[in-house]
Design a protein around this ligand. Structure first.
Ligand code: ZN
Length: 235
């Protein structure tokens, strides 16, 4: 097994990681990310706001229909008032009308509240458009600088990856596949030596089981650590 080659490949992975870190830590990238995040949040707020506006209009529609129905009911009762023949009946009509009036008043209040909510949302919407626009302008301002930084770092990373391609040709596919798997799930570095003296993984320090340790003591021993998921090799 070409462990030496695999370790050289791993050290180049470390260089690529450093380049990624360099990109993330760059002031321009930070500014770009900051405004992009604010912009996205504002857009999400805007979506919620438009949902709330929609709900209010649904409410206005429902309340208006209830209001119209009550008005029609009241009209019906007034027609009935003309035909009242005794006092008991008059009393009944009067009570019914009072009830309808109270219902009408409560709907008016509800409609008023919805209108107030809408006025507040209107003010929020104005603030939303101002914010969204200023964040968008900031993102636009930082984009060319960020792209420049990105291209510079990408061209450095490309050189490293070309060197890795050359090394890859000298590595057994089985070893390479195992390395890739460990790289996906374990912390860096994915390939670590076996400490024969203590029978432990030198990535996390776990004392490996007798079974795994025995396999690792054989020539070309290569096992995954059950604790940190790194690929452990015999030195
Ligand atoms: Zn481990």
């Amino acid at each position: 097994m070409n462990i030496e080659g695999m370790l050289r490949y791993q050290s180049l992975d470390r260089e690529i990681n450093k380049l990624n870190e360099e990109f993330k830590a760059h002031e321009v990238t930070k500014q770009y990310n900051k405004y992009m995040k604010l912009y996205r949040q504002t857009i999400e707020d805007g979506k919620r706001m438009s949902g709330a506006v929609g709900e209010h209009f649904v409410n206005i529609d429902r309340l208006t229909k209830q209001y119209e129905k009550l008005l029609a009911d009241i009209e019906e009762y007034y027609k009935g008032v003309d035909e009242i023949t005794d006092l008991k009946q008059a009393d009944y009509y009067e009570k019914q009308l009072l009830k309808l009036d109270a219902a009408l008043e409560s709907i008016e209040k509800e409609l008023d509240n919805v209108r107030k909510e809408l006025a507040k949302l209107d003010a929020d919407a104005k603030a939303f458009f101002a914010n969204a626009n200023s964040y968008y302008q900031a993102v636009k301002k930082f984009t060319p600088e960020m792209e420049k930084v990105k291209l510079g770092i990408q061209s450095k990373a490309r050189e490293v990856m070309l060197a890795q391609k050359e090394i890859e040709k000298t590595i057994e596919p089985e070893l390479f596949e195992k390395y890739k798997k460990a790289k996906e799930i374990a912390k860096f570095p994915p390939l670590v030596p076996f400490d024969e003296a203590t029978s432990s993984c030198m990535g996390c320090g776990l004392e490996l089981s007798k079974d795994i340790a025995a396999k690792l003591r054989q020539d070309g021993g290569l096992e995954f650590c059950p604790n940190c998921n790194r690929l452990v090799y015999k030195q």
